[in-house]
Design a protein around this ligand. Structure first.
Ligand SMILES: NC(=O)c1ccc[n+]([C@@H]2O[C@H](COP(=O)([O-])OP(=O)(O)OC[C@H]3O[C@@H](n4cnc5c(N)ncnc54)[C@H](OP(=O)(O)O)[C@@H]3O)[C@@H](O)[C@H]2O)c1
Length: 391
């Protein structure tokens, strides 16, 4: 039997406790948690008190600990922990998409410099094994696009609006009540969370380190029943899609609500579920579907990473070296529906064409070809009474 892996765990919230329970229930992996570092001294913990520490150095400088699993909810503090761990030559598993998307290139350098590994399958699409698949399986295939519904909160809200005719505020309140949305849902509903995930996936799909700040995100906080009525008339629903598309060695990536017709596989991805669709030259379309969040689904991805560290698995970021001719660009023209309040909003944007212009019951919308760069320049994610969705 292989040597037992001794884990130092940061965070004992939803995912940390999920991992603790999953490790107790599985015999497939020989690993034990040696220490758990948490923050709040006043909380009672349903775990042996000898395991708990409030001092990160009890894990970071502990020679008995083989690997570090970082599952805290603060990206800046997580960054310090992960950086120190890698410098101390400890391999790390994390599910912190914000932190990874913000520092991926630096982490890549640190892994190389210190000969250790940082794995983060749980950071993108929870239980769906997409990162290692992109790393290993699609290495020699001609991947042309990756699209994903990777935010359960927004998918839950959009499903309730589409199927039950709820207003946005009602659907959000329902999502919060059912535990699918945070009390401060900004990172989800403004589409920052899926932007972090597609930024991470870009490194493994196309070998590109793109800072998350350079990827456009437009969320669902302004979506209305009017937009769903328009979608229904076109036999479609609205889904928040994070996508990356390669053509002639240029990759374009953005997160935007999209009209998804009933024949599209994403149409039936409902509520909190996630999905990924890859398209490659010879294999054509492939579809992955599963749970993108939650204690056990996320812990299962973390567990798979811990297991991979058993055999010294590392992401090699092979595509980063093998095809250096690929570049990232926001030079895109999108086919869109735009609902707007003031004409002055449209005047700030750049269009290739405005193909239709309508006003129904005092609500204005256009069908147009808009330059993505003009949406980015105007920070339209922050505009009131403005909604854009792509076809
Ligand atoms: N929840 C999900 O379904 C899900 C899915 C995919 C990825 N993730 C990612 O997984 C990570 C954890 O999420 P979660 O939902 O488990 O969070 P959570 O339930 O809010 O728990 C966060 C934990 O982090 C601890 N913590 C915060 N700052 C700390 C610090 N400086 N040092 C030590 N411990 C600290 C907290 O300690 P106290 O207990 O003392 O407050 C708490 O135990 C996040 O990066 C999240 O984005 C979550």
């Amino acid at each position: 039997m292989s040597k037992s892996i001794k884990i130092g765990l940061f965070g004992f919230g939803v995912v940390g406790q999920g991992l603790y329970n999953v490790l107790k229930q599985t015999t497939s992996i020989n690993a034990t948690i040696n220490k758990i570092c948490v923050k709040d001294k006043s909380k009672s913990r349903n775990v042996d008190s000898n395991l708990i520490t409030f001092d990160k150095n009890d894990i970071l400088n502990n020679p008995d600990i083989d690997i570090i699993v970082e599952l805290i909810d603060n990206a800046d503090e997580a960054y310090e922990i992960v950086k120190t761990a890698l410098k101390n030559k400890k391999s790390v598993v994390s599910a912190n998409k914000k932190m990874i998307a913000e520092h991926l290139e630096e982490f890549y350098d640190l892994q190389k410099e210190h000969g250790v590994s940082l794995l983060y399958e749980g950071a993108a699409c929870g239980s769906i094994p997409i990162i290692r698949n992109l790393e290993e399986y699609y290495d020699n295939d001609l991947l042309t696009s990756i699209e994903t519904i990777c935010n359960g909160t927004t998918n839950y809200i959009l499903t309730k609006m589409s199927e039950e005719g709820l207003e946005y505020s009602e659907a959000l309140a329902g999502a919060q009540k059912s535990g699918f949305a945070e009390s401060n849902p900004r990172l989800d509903v403004m589409a920052f969370d899926p932007k972090y995930k597609i930024a991470i996936l870009l490194a493994h799909a196309f070998g590109l380190f793109v800072h998350e700040k350079d990827v456009f995100n437009f969320g669902i906080s302004n979506v209305s029943n009017f937009d769903f009525q328009y979608a229904a008339k076109n036999n479609a629903s609205i889904k928040l899609i994070a996508g990356a598309y390669k053509k002639d060695n240029v990759v374009k990536a953005y997160v935007i609500p999209k009209f998804i017709v009933a024949s599209n596989m994403f149409y039936n991805v409902k509520n909190e579920f996630n999905a990924v669709q890859l398209e490659a030259a010879f294999s054509d379309k492939q579809f992955f579907y599963g749970k993108g969040a939650g204690a056990f689904p996320t812990a299962s991805a973390v567990l798979a990473d811990i297991s991979a560290l058993h055999y010294q698995y590392k992401y090699e970021y092979k595509k980063h070296f093998s095809d250096t001719s690929i570049s990232f660009s926001n030079d895109v023209v999108l086919n869109v529906y735009i609902r707007y309040k003031e004409k002055s909003q449209l005047e700030k944007l750049e269009f290739e064409s405005i193909d239709e212009q309508h006003t129904i019951n005092q609500t204005n919308y256009i069908i147009a070809k808009v330059k993505l760069k003009s949406l980015i320049k105007n920070d339209v994610n922050e505009w009131q009474d403005f909604f854009v969705a792509a076809f």
